[in-house]
Write a protein that binds this ligand. Sequence first.
Ligand code: PRP
Length: 209
Amino acid sequence: MVNVALPKGRLGEKVYDLFEKAGFDCAEMHDKGRKLIFENPEKGIRYFWVKPSDVPIYVERGVADLGIAGKDILLERHPEVYELLDLKLGICRMCAAAMRDFYDDGEKTLRVATEFVNIASDYYAKQGRDIDIIKLHGSVELAPILGLSDVIVDIVETGNSLRENDLVIVDEILPISARLIANKANFKFKTKEIKNIINLMKEQVENNY
Ligand code: PRP
């Protein structure tokens, strides 16, 4: 059995569709209950729904052989896992944004509010910019509006969150998408099964599903 940690939510639903089209269906997955584990013994697959940011933990610890995590989480946490495939889903950008009228003279320490402390620190360190990081856990757009920070570093997908809060992108930091990841030791034990999954998933990705 190959154990797969799927990120709960819209991205996870899309990822499951991809697994289904690749031949790893599990009929019960469409039930909208609270159950978190589903398996199809005939196809040799078991799925868990986990909080998206927890996926690398399940995979790193080996209770999931495979998982799907955003490149943002992988770059932020550097989990000890193999990154196997770009699923070309959950496409967005990591950006720095500020109030429309913000002007950075480059002299003062820049106050940066973000959930992505490491990504933001690396980005500004490469620019030699002195920053003060303010770690938040959501609703990051509030920070510049209330004067808690000068800029935010956050994910931008449609751009609606920025627009509706009168913020504008000042820098594009990284492109982000969902990645298929694997536990390193389990990959060795289940190489044949996992490679089969990768190949079938790759076909789906290349054919745009
Ligand atoms: C993420 C991100 C932005 C928003 C970007 O937040 O932090 O707020 O999505 O998407 P958009 O460009 O399509 O508006 P999420 O919905 O995960 O909630 P959060 O504020 O709790 O982080």
